[in-house]
Write a protein that binds this ligand. Structure first.
Ligand code: BG6
Length: 474
């Protein structure tokens, strides 16, 4: 720890460093990112929190877990109450001489504003100076108002260029590959619009239930937990216009433009579900009406997508873990043979975000040995291991990008506000009345979700186990 006081190069100041998020995700990711070379050079860790720890005890804590042991040597602890302005001076003393400081707020969101104000009051924010950065993680508000308040609080202390808001989906390699795929394959991009696309489906399904997270989840639900952030960000990358450059500023601009074209979700075009047994999960309030599944048809009102329905769904305790985007292209005219119409095989492009990361193009082909009987055939690209490189972990990528000062995988405050606008009516309507439709654990969600898609022009949901004619259907 003496090193931090002497000549630290980069210091990662982790608020709430003895808590669950920091010890399970943030600190192991830092250790791993250093091991894989994503983060180069020494990074000292300064834990900050209310726990009664000191340098030695915090080092001991890190050393006791193999996932963080490698960080122990270069670490220290500053004990402070987040609202105690004077204490931030002490933190400042520990940071003297540091060339680069990242403040990572791994705390409950209620204390974000207090911490940011404390940093500013002690002059630790260095407004406008990119060598001081702040990282926050969801929940970034629970509605438009609280999201705006948080953005204002951050903006009072830091410039936008110093702020990093985590959406770990954006940091998934396959999510970034959506952009690379779209904009480096003109064959697809030229038909990536209402002329050739019939509908788009985005699925973010999880096999696990809520586990021990009722305290958070039962006040949030699927829309706040997944749709407002991960699902809308993924949809934005799928549907946005080509950015002028691939620099963060242009990518964020293109996403924001797209999100502005996304219409607030109409509760009439959405379905909520709750898995059977949710009410028995420890910590869930009796009779809770919280949704563990949400599906919706989304309208994107711009030139490119007018009239093309985007269906989204996400949920817990579903058949299997699968995040995928399926683009369904318009059907070809039916082939006629000896007076009989052959039903066309829909052309589908499946972008598998996880697991079995890759891309399948499902096309129609003639069944060998028949005249013109059509069968689905798949062209597959296995992304995992492409070029011999393993897929980097999203959290490691997040940390590497923060330390490198690159914003590409971080949504802007405006995008986050706009996403709250998109889900606001839906959340209010669902909180005001009604009950989610129950669905069995291990199913694909409530019946209503299938009906929604059929009613609004998407035929049916495509599940990962459906035969797409290739590995994607495995
Ligand atoms: C988190 C949600 O943001 O994302 C969790 O709070 C969810 O409820 C998780 O399980 C899913 O992330 P991943 O990377 O496992 O798909």
């Amino acid at each position: 720890m003496e090193e931090i006081r002497k000549s630290p190069d980069t210091v990662l100041v982790v608020f709430g460093a003895s808590g669950d998020l920091a010890r399970r995700k943030v600190l192991p990711a830092l250790q791993a990112a250093r091991a894989t070379g994503q983060v180069r050079g020494p990074v000292a860790v300064l834990g900050v929190g209310r726990s009664d720890l000191d340098d030695d005890r915090f080092c001991g804590l890190l050393a006791s877990d193999p996932l963080t042991a490698g960080l122990a040597e270069d670490s220290g602890w500053v004990r402070l109450a987040y609202s105690d302005g004077a204490a931030y001076q002490r933190l400042g003393e520990r940071l003297e001489g540091a060339a680069q400081v990242v403040f990572y707020l791994a705390t409950p969101p209620e204390v974000f504003s207090g911490i940011v104000a404390g940093l500013a009051a002690a002059g630790l924010n260095h407004r406008g100076d990119d060598t001081r950065r702040v990282v926050v993680e969801k929940p970034l508000g629970r509605d438009l108002l609280s999201s705006r308040e948080l953005n204002l609080a951050l903006g009072r202390a830091f410039d936008e260029t110093q702020i990093y808001r985590i959406d770990h989906y954006l940091a998934k390699d396959t999510v970034q590959n959506v952009l690379a795929f779209r904009f480096s394959n003109p064959l697809f991009e030229s038909g990536w619009n209402r002329n050739l696309v019939q509908s788009v489906q985005v699925t973010a399904a999880e096999e696990e239930g809520i586990g021990s997270r009722a305290g958070y989840y039962d006040t949030a639900g699927a829309v706040r937990d997944m749709v407002q952030n991960h699902v809308l960000q993924l949809l934005a990358l799928v549907a946005m216009e080509p950015p002028t450059t691939f620099d963060a500023r242009d990518i964020r601009k293109a996403k924001l433009e797209l999100l502005r074209a996304v219409q607030p979700i109409d509760p009439q075009s959405a379905v909520r579900g709750q898995y059977r047994g949710y009410l028995d999960e420890p910590g869930v309030s009796p009779g809770s009406r919280r949704e563990t599944f949400a599906a919706a048809a989304i309208r994107v009102e711009n030139w490119r997508w007018d009239g093309v329905p985007f269906f989204i769904r996400t949920g817990k305790a579903l058949r299997r873990r699968s995040t995928q985007v399926v683009i369904r292209f318009r059907d070809s005219p039916a082939l006629r043979l000896e007076g009989v119409r052959q039903r066309p095989i829909p052309t589908l492009l499946q972008l598998r975000i996880q697991p079995h990361e890759g891309i399948t193009l499902r096309i129609g082909a003639k069944r060998p040995g028949t005249r013109f009987e059509m069968v689905p055939a798949g062209l597959d690209l296995e992304y995992q291991g492409l070029a011999g490189a393993p897929l980097p972990d999203a959290y490691e990528h997040v940390l590497a990008e923060v330390l490198a000062g690159v914003h590409t995988v971080f949504p802007s405050g405006e995008e986050i506000d706009r996403s709250w606008e998109i889900v606001g009516d839906l959340i209010s309507a669902w909180e005001a009345s009604g009950h989610p439709e129950l669905y069995g654990q291990g199913s694909w969600g409530p019946e209503g979700s299938q009906e929604l898609v059929a009613r609004l022009g998407g035929a049916r949901w495509l599940n990962p186990e459906d035969n797409l004619g290739g590995v994607g259907g495995g």
